[in-house]
Design a binder for this molecule. Structure first.
Ligand code: SF4
Ligand code: SF4
Length: 460
């Protein structure tokens, strides 16, 4: 492990010879940390609790890709509803554009699972077991002792247990919490695919939080990459006020401080989880976590200077110009977001609780029997509600509908496929060999759906 500090011209976590420069962010307290901790408690609680909450008998959020069934707070979506998803997915992307243009990397610093779990769960455990940054560094660089083995084993075992729990919770969102409980009490070979998926996720989470860490934000995350296109000089950033801070100079107790407000204590660098020096300006590695704000404010209080040398600001404000909150890009993003959300809500409001498809049977779909032209179809009814669905159908009187049952009952959240025959006397059949017929589907004697199909007969 290299002992030199990273050179600033390259990514902060890459040391001499391209080797990983391991970071030991120092502990700190402050106004923003307290708020971020509360947000993280709420987000972590939601993440672990949501799969166990049921609404109308359905898991609150379920993304059952295998059965192509998606549930959001009591609303069930099937593949045919994906166009509704489209509106909300694109709205989410535009929403991220808008949030980034207005408030910078707010998501990264406050709500991204990588930051929330790494900073508020895994690093806390690490500090609890291995001590502060200096102790952790000493432990890593020191010889292999029983103390080191004990601490590392304890830390990595807890990391592994949390990663497995994390992976099982993710599995609940995809396989359903009831199914995960069932799988937990059965041998892996009974659910081999899911078991392998869970084992893979556990490994990925463990490797990420125990080893890969800030590299994910710096190297792997695409969001960090397209920041430069989304941010402008009016966007909110965590910034260092160089006008106020420079020229920096060491502060000595009892001496008059003649330089700028920055006392060059390096606390802002020591607490930074991505190892950068915010005094060098806006950098891609900055996840806007606010740690340097809290650290610097603490130093400012100690030397009786006003807080806010590092603060939430914008490039324009740092240049002593006005920051405009409303500008063309924020208006365009907001308008687009409004349109997409309105379309999504409209589509949601008009979403059917069932779908009906009349599919022509493969093979012999038309035959002539007893002087009648008979066409065979497969009627596919998908009930998307939590209640049983009972439907019947009728056709105009010149046609005859032949089905094994006068009405069809479809269980909640399931699909039924029934054979349906439509007949017409051959003497009345169109000489073109084609006839259109309108089917009416009824629920409680109310017409709830109409569908037109084409009958094929012999042409003259
Ligand atoms: S520079 Fe400050 S806000 Fe940016 S990542 Fe480092 S500590 Fe967080
Ligand atoms: S914490 Fe504040 S005072 Fe200390 S080096 Fe950073 S900017 Fe300067």
């Amino acid at each position: 492990m290299t002992t030199t500090h990273p050179v600033k011209e390259r990514v902060t976590t890459i040391g001499e010879g391209g080797r990983r420069f391991w970071l030991y962010p120092a502990q700190f307290r402050g106004f923003w940390l307290k708020r971020r901790q509360w947000v993280s408690v709420i987000l972590i609680a939601l993440f672990f609790v949501l799969p166990w909450i049921k609404i109308n008998g359905q898991q609150a959020i379920l993304l059952n890709v295998a059965d192509r069934k998606f549930v959001f707070f009591g609303l069930v979506f099937w593949p045919q509803d994906l166009y509704i998803f489209w509106f909300f997915v694109v709205a989410a992307v535009v929403g991220i554009f808008l949030i980034t243009a207005q408030w910078g990397r707010l998501w990264c610093g406050w709500a991204c699972p990588q930051t929330v779990f790494l900073e508020h769960v895994f690093r806390r455990i690490e500090r609890w077991i291995e001590g502060d940054a200096t102790k952790r560094k000493r432990l890593d660089r020191g010889p292999l002792t029983w103390e080191k083995i004990r601490k590392k084993t304890l830390k990595l075992s807890i990391f592994a247990a949390i990663s497995i729990h994390f992976a099982n919770t993710v599995l609940c969102y995809f396989a359903g919490s009831d199914h995960v409980v069932y799988m937990t009490f059965h041998a892996p070979e009974a659910n081999w695919n899911w078991f392998m998926f869970m084992a893979f996720l556990s490994f990925v989470f463990f490797a990420d939080f125990a080893w890969f860490r800030e590299q994910f934000c710096i190297i792997a995350c695409p969001y960090g990459r397209f920041q430069s296109a989304l941010l402008d000089e009016h966007s909110l950033i965590v910034g260092y006020d160089a006008r106020r801070g420079e020229p920096r100079g060491k502060w000595r107790k009892g001496q008059v401080h003649t330089s700028g407000d920055c006392i060059d204590c390096n606390r802002c660098v020591a607490v930074c989880p991505t190892g950068i020096d915010i005094r060098m300006g806006l950098q891609m590695e900055c996840v806007n976590c606010t740690a340097c704000i809290d650290a610097c404010d603490e130093m400012m209080r100690k030397v009786n200077r006003p807080e806010g040398l590092i603060r939430y600001t914008s490039v324009r404000q740092l240049d002593q110009k006005n920051r405009k909150a409303i500008r063309p890009r924020s208006i365009i993003y907001s308008a687009l977001l409004l349109v997409l959300l309105s379309c999504g809500m409209w589509a949601l409001a008009h979403k059917r609780s069932f779908t009906i498809q009349m599919l022509r049977s493969v093979g012999e779909s038309m035959r002539v029997q007893d002087a009648k032209v008979i066409n065979q179809f497969q009627l596919k009814i998908a009930n998307q509600t939590a209640d049983p669905l009972v439907l019947s159908a009728n056709v105009p009187q010149e046609f005859e509908l032949i089905t094994p049952l006068p009405q069809w009952k479809v269980e909640p959240q399931s699909t039924s496929v029934v054979p349906v025959f439509i007949a017409k006397p051959i003497s009345e059949f169109s000489h073109t060999g084609k006839e259109k017929v309108q089917l009416q589907f009824k629920q409680d004697d109310q017409v709830v759906f109409e569908n037109q199909v084409t009958l094929i007969g012999p042409s003259s």
